[in-house]
Design a protein around this ligand. Structure first.
Ligand code: SF4
Length: 152
């Protein structure tokens, strides 16, 4: 089962959304220059759907989006958790992934960030970044990476 380390309410990870960002450990990507090396470790608590509901219920009236930060260790589990949010809450779902391709079950997500972190290219706010943020609606993808550069 995926594990989470902590969570926070954030404003910049997804443009125009107030997101409950849940930081997931056991990251398999091992990017050189990783900004959150502790997330590669096997730490934290199990992120079951019941625990997810408990966390969301605390903040559901003040957020617009639930954003899973990581979880590349098990895409099926991320999709299961995304489906749980979609089924039980009127909230959007985001996923920060280090993968290179969009999930097949695109309808479960409203936002997906793709791409490993490459130190020389920088993160989403870098002009040279390899990473991409997609907004998804009706199974169509819109590359909104430019929104991060405007915030500089
Ligand atoms: S995906 Fe993120 S947490 Fe994982 S190794 Fe890369 S930078 Fe670190």
């Amino acid at each position: 089962m995926l594990k989470y380390v902590d969570y926070d309410i954030v404003f910049q990870e997804i443009p125009d959304e107030v997101s409950l960002a849940i930081n997931i450990s056991q990251c398999p990507n091992r990017c050189s220059g990783c900004h959150s090396m502790h997330l590669m470790e096997n730490i934290g608590e199990d992120l079951s759907t019941d625990i997810l509901y408990r966390i969301i219920d605390k903040y559901k009236d003040s957020i617009t989006c639930v954003c899973f930060m990581g979880g590349d260790k098990s895409q099926p589990e991320i999709e299961k958790l995304a489906n749980a949010v979609k089924t039980n809450y009127n909230l959007k779902v985001g996923w920060y992934s280090g993968k290179e391709v969009l999930p097949k079950q695109l309808y479960l997500f409203d936002y997906v960030k793709l791409g490993r972190y490459i130190e020389a290219l920088g993160g989403l706010d870098s002009l040279n970044t390899n990473q991409r943020m997609y907004k998804i609606s009706a199974n169509e993808t819109d590359d909104i990476t430019y929104r991060f550069k405007k915030q500089l």
